[in-house]
Design a protein around this ligand. Structure first.
Ligand code: 13P
Ligand code: SF4
Length: 299
């Protein structure tokens, strides 16, 4: 019933529902497009919908709004926020820039619009190493995820300085390398880990990839079984795409509480009452847009 009403409201508004790969199964099912952070940003640029309902967390909706000044971007819940983005603020970026004036600033898309406005380029977990390799400096200030910064540092020949030193995602720090290996010894299969995991977990993985990268990896792998070391709803996404393969979440309770704020009811309310409109200050949006567009140019 609610699904039919959502479909009807979508038609009336010429709206597009975009969902991140971590969304609840029923939210993924009602979405017109499901993807990782990079795919959501890219797709938002090419849609001719008047309204974009972003079923994901705040920085994803903000990025869609930054890239699409002519469209209305709605986020169904004010509580859908990414904890990691809070590790970084403009003051910290300015202090680091003073200490390393010759550096370039590459920020993870999981950051606020105010921080993005100070970056030379944005990156996502799908293209972080590529962006850092391509940017015109051998010293790169990278934030807010220190684990992704380490991953990038290993995969480029550049000096990558994490800002701040301890930024991380609480969901991805749940995982323990020994536990992952225990599952692998018991069940077999390939281990796919997100680069937000700590380096010890990345070290026991067969593949370290963004959520979109994991989907691509399964398509080319001969393995029938995969241990998925990231937010637990990713396994639903993978199973739906590859029903003949087996996906074992490394931990069933690895839940992103920000993502879980989005429900079918909240999506219905969002379409019905056109809420909550994502608004980014014009000046900040303009600068942040340049940094996001730079990511597309560099890759
Ligand atoms: P992806 O871009 O890989 O989907 O990651 C987003 C994210 O927030 C992971 O925690
Ligand atoms: Fe942010 Fe972590 Fe949630 Fe991803 S899983 S949106 S990094 S809090």
């Amino acid at each position: 019933m609610i699904v039919e009403e959502i479909e009807q409201l979508k038609k009336e508004l010429n709206a597009l529902i975009m969902a991140h790969n971590y969304q609840l199964p029923e939210v993924q099912d009602v979405a017109d497009f499901v993807g990782d952070s990079l795919e959501l940003a890219t797709k938002s640029k090419s849609t001719d919908a008047d309204y974009i309902v972003l079923a994901g967390v705040d920085f994803m909706a903000e990025t869609a709004a930054i890239l699409n000044p002519g469209k209305t971007v709605l986020i169904p819940s004010h509580l859908a926020s990414c904890e990691m983005a809070r590790y970084l603020d403009p003051k910290t970026i300015e202090e680091y820039k003073k200490a390393y004036p010759e550096s370039k600033i590459v920020l993870y898309i999981n950051s606020t619009a105010e921080c993005k406005a100070l970056a030379d380029s944005i990156c996502t977990s799908a293209n972080a190493a590529k962006v850092v390799k391509a940017i015109e400096s051998d010293i790169v200030l990278f934030g807010p995820d220190a684990n992704l910064a380490k991953y990038v540092s290993k995969n480029t020949k550049k000096k990558v300085i994490p800002l701040p030193p301890n930024g991380h995602c609480y969901v991805h720090t749940y995982f323990d390398p020994e536990e992952v290996l225990k599952i692998k010894r018991k069940d077999g299969g390939e281990v796919m880990a997100h680069p937000e995991c700590v380096e010890e977990v990345q070290a026991v993985a067969d593949v370290v990839a963004s959520t979109g990268g994991m989907i691509k990896h399964v398509a080319t792998s001969n393995s029938k079984k995969f241990i998925v070391v990231t937010e637990c709803d990713m396994s639903y996404r993978l199973k739906k795409l590859y029903p003949d393969r087996e996906f074992i979440p490394a931990w069933d309770n690895a839940i992103c509480l920000g993502m879980r704020q989005i429900t079918l009811e909240k999506i219905w309310e969002s379409l019905k009452y056109k809420r909550y409109k994502v608004q980014v200050d014009n000046k900040i949006a303009q600068k942040a847009r340049m940094a996001v567009e730079r990511m597309f140019e560099l890759t």
